[in-house]
Each structure stands twice: as structure tokens, then as C-alpha cells.
Ligand binder design. Structure first.
Ligand SMILES: C[S@@+](CC[C@H](N)C(=O)[O-])C[C@H]1O[C@@H](n2cnc3c(N)ncnc32)[C@H](O)[C@@H]1O
Length: 230
């Protein structure tokens, strides 16, 4: 079982130094989660995807990090947007390919911080893209988050949009539909905004609250951030 309620801020050096769990343990967890087929994981788009598509005028494509079973990538592709969807779990990508074949979507198994070449290949010839990550930031450790933001900043064109949704510190308490065995690094919302700004993005919209990611009896406390590469 992997249960973490690490509320360290995104930029904390201490968090980087005290990263509590090697990446492979988390990777194994997610690989097993998707290997089991997890029929309870929703395949319809998230509330955040419906929000995000309204923010995406004049973009040439979307890169999704931590796409899981591809629920949101499939939604974007179905709406005519070219998608590169990445997840570290090969079993997740296998599910995406089995369920969500779409001419606009490409699914690739890769860890976010290692995906620069993949992202640059997708971005080539595009003027402005969106980077989308839902319930991904809290699923990675602080070191991976730092690498993800830096790599994203370097790989995408100026004016591109970053859209993030993540569980925040006040969400640590309470029951979870998927139990407490997922790795969840409950994030300080202002800390995330600071990290995004420090990485070279202008935060254009942000909110923290409930009612944004309700699932069954669980009404998670989440943060959202829409930022543009300066
Ligand atoms: C909580 S799930 C979110 C799935 C999907 N975005 C959704 O909202 O339904 C987190 C996902 O991030 C993936 N993940 C975890 N660490 C990763 C990393 N370092 N690079 C890429 N994907 C990763 C996991 O395999 C998992 O699919």
C-alpha cells in the first residue's frame, strides 16, 4: 500500500531532498492499477476537460501528461484537436490504444520528465499548443514536478497554454473513491502558482475549491491554474 499525504510546497528544496519514495514504486502502483482493467475508473471526460476546451482558442494541439485511460485526450481529439497523450504506465497507454483509437490522437508511454524529444516532435510546425495535466501534479513527487515544468517551458512555443488541476492540502482528509493507496502529494495551491510562475509562465486564471471535480460521494478540494508561457 502506498499512502502519502505530503503537503510540502512545490518549490521546497527540503521536499526535493526528502522525496519519500523512489519513482519505481509509484510506477509499479499505476501499472498494476491499469493492468487490472480498473472498470471503475471513468472513461467519460472530466469536468476539467470541459472547462479546458473553452480556454483553447487558436491552439494547434494538446499535450496531455498523465493521461491515464485517455478519457480527456479522447474528448479533445473527438473535438478535432491533435493530441499527444503521455503516461508513464505502459498499461495505461495500452488501455488508451485499445479504447480510444482516434486519428487525431497519439498515445505514448513515457515519464513526463523524459518526454522532451516527444513533445518537441509534436510541437514542430505548430505555433501555439496547450499542455494539459489533470490529477497529475499531485501524483508525481516534487523533483519530477520541477523537471516537468522546466521541460515543458523549454519545449513549447511562447504563448502556449498550461492547464493544471490537482488535489490541494485541504483534500488530504476524508474518504476517497479510489481509497488511499494512490500516491497523492496534496499540494499547497499558492505554492503551485509560485512554481508555475518561477518556471516562466504567467498565471492568467486560478481557483481553489470544491465542486470542480466531484465524483460519486467524493467532492475533492482542488486547485486549477491556467498559465501562458511568457
Ligand atoms: C490520478 S491519475 C490521473 C489520470 C487522468 N489524468 C485522469 O484525470 O483521470 C495519474 C496518472 O499519472 C501517471 N503518472 C504518474 N507519474 C508519472 C510520470 N512521472 N510521468 C508520466 N505519467 C505519470 C499515472 O500512471 C496515472 O495514469
Amino acid at each position: 500500500m502506498i499512502t502519502y499525504c505530503d503537503s510540502a510546497t512545490a518549490t521546497s528544496d527540503a521536499a526535493l531532498m526528502n522525496d519519500p519514495l523512489p519513482f519505481d514504486a509509484k510506477a509499479d502502483h499505476w501499472a498494476n492499477f491499469y493492468r487490472s482493467g480498473n472498470a471503475t475508473a471513468p472513461v467519460y471526460p472530466s469536468q476539467f476537460a470541459a472547462f479546458a476546451i473553452n480556454e483553447l482558442s487558436d491552439i494547434d494541439g494538446i499535450v496531455e501528461f498523465g493521461c491515464g485511460n485517455g478519457r480527456d485526450s479522447h474528448f479533445f481529439a473527438s473535438n478535432g484537436v491533435p493530441v499527444l497523450a503521455l503516461d508513464a504506465a505502459e498499461t495505461a497507454i495500452a488501455l488508451c490504444i485499445a479504447r480510444n483509437q482516434h486519428r487525431h490522437a497519439r498515445y505514448v508511454a513515457n515519464r513526463a520528465s523524459k518526454a522532451r524529444a516527444e513533445v518537441e516532435g509534436f510541437v514542430a510546425g505548430k505555433n501555439r499548443i496547450a499542455v494539459y495535466a489533470r490529477f497529475f501534479l499531485h501524483a508525481i513527487d516534487a523533483k519530477e514536478q520541477h523537471a516537468f515544468l522546466a521541460m515543458t517551458r523549454q519545449a513549447i512555443p511562447a504563448g502556449s497554454v498550461l492547464l493544471l488541476e490537482y488535489r490541494t492540502t485541504d483534500d488530504a482528509a476524508g474518504d476517497k473513491v479510489f481509497g488511499h493507496d494512490h500516491y497523492r502529494r496534496y499540494l499547497d495551491h499558492l505554492g503551485v502558482l509560485s512554481a508555475v510562475t518561477a518556471a516562466g509562465f504567467d498565471v492568467r486564471y486560478q481557483i481553489e475549491g470544491r465542486g470542480l471535480a466531484k465524483y460519486g460521494n467524493e467532492d475533492a478540494m482542488v486547485g486549477r491554474c491556467v498559465a501562458v508561457k511568457a
